[in-house]
Design a protein around this ligand. Structure first.
Ligand SMILES: [Zn+2]
Length: 345
């Protein structure tokens, strides 16, 4: 008999579901094993900025779910993008429309952040954060800053003072530092109050900068924040497997069609949705912490968001080797062409 792992359905607290055809292509993978997923708002051409956008995007996702041959018990959790011109009134409407969180992209740091937030500190945006705090909405942050003479590898670290200031100014605002990639960020989140948590991706648990540029340029490993040093990866693995409830799953699965990755200025993002629980099982097994996987994937995120745990359907992973396809639909998945030890049954 092959070894098995049974898990409560996952909560993936950071997903890029995109729109239109790509949405239909990628959503079934997450819906297969997750009970809920945070739908990130940086869609194009229509970004999710208002209550009306939230209603529209949830409708798109629900329609895509309805069109799937298999019925999954999957619920998208909606968000809005917070920009310089996001007002407390817009927050109230977005909250009313069902948004559970607002996402901040500092200007210019990642895919579709060309209209990102310029200033975290002015009085207008503080009113907006206060409105989120009062409504019980979470603030999700892409924690990097693009400054002059600052390497991409240092962008997360130079954001941390901003995180500290925000956590201090809004002690009742739940803040999630998304996709942490450095030991410094892990330490900051650990030391801050209980209103601050972090998501960790599967690919940051696996990759270092060597896997992006160390052996020929590997565009399908290119993402923001960039994977960093071995010591940073060690810190991420330790945090994810520590059973500290401040650290939970947010895969940042970010599909781009192959030609948008394999070109002169390739898009950032790793498409992990088709292999997510399988890769996580490998990582947790490698440090003999498989028994802690479910808390990371299916408990701590829900608890931080104030949601009940996913009940009912479960997922089963079976220890059977398989090879990840070189391409799935229009996108190259994480670990394409390599062997994985666990299979979703
Ligand atoms: Zn993202």
């Amino acid at each position: 008999m092959n070894e098995k792992i049974i898990l409560r359905r996952l909560d993936d607290m950071h997903c890029h579901f995109r729109t239109d055809l790509l949405l239909k292509e990628v959503l079934p993978f997450t819906a297969q094993y997750a009970g809920r997923g945070i739908a990130m708002p940086n869609t194009r051409p229509r970004a999710i900025l208002t209550g009306d956008d939230v209603v529209w995007y949830r409708g798109e996702i629900k329609r895509a779910l309805d069109e799937m041959p298999d019925r999954y018990s999957f619920e998208p959790l909606m968000t809005v993008e917070i920009r310089d011109n996001t007002t407390p009134q817009m927050i109230a409407k977005a909250h009313h429309a069902g948004a559970v969180a607002g996402k901040v992209y500092p200007l210019g740091v990642t895919t579709n952040s060309d209209e990102g937030l310029r200033d975290f500190d002015n009085e207008r945006i503080s009113e907006t954060f206060r409105a989120m705090q009062d409504a019980g909405m979470l603030l999700l942050i892409h924690g990097e800053l693009d400054r002059e003479r600052t390497l991409v590898m240092k962008r997360e670290e130079i954001f941390l003072p901003t995180l500290l200031a925000l956590a201090d100014k809004f002690p009742n605002l739940k803040i999630v530092l998304e996709h942490v990639s450095t030991r410094a960020a892990v330490e900051s989140v650990r030391q801050l109050g209980n209103n601050v948590a972090a998501t960790i991706t599967a690919h940051h648990l696996c990759l270092t900068l060597n896997d992006v540029v160390g052996y020929g340029i590997q565009p399908h490993h290119g993402c923001m924040p960039m994977p960093k040093d071995f010591d940073d990866r060690d810190a991420l693995i330790a945090a994810a497997t520590s059973e500290n409830p401040k650290f939970f799953l947010g895969s940042d699965t970010a599909p781009h069609p192959r030609e948008k990755k394999e070109c002169a200025k390739g898009a950032c993002g790793v498409y992990t949705a088709p292999v997510l629980p399988q890769v996580l099982a490998e990582v947790f097994e490698s440090v003999k912490r498989l028994n802690r996987l479910e808390n990371f994937t299916s408990r701590f995120g829900a608890e931080f968001y104030g949601l009940p745990l996913n009940e009912g359907a479960i997922i089963t992973l079976v220890k059977t080797e398989w090879v990840v396809p070189e391409q799935i639909g229009s996108v190259v998945p994480f670990r394409a062409g390599t062997k994985l030890q666990w299979q979703l049954s």
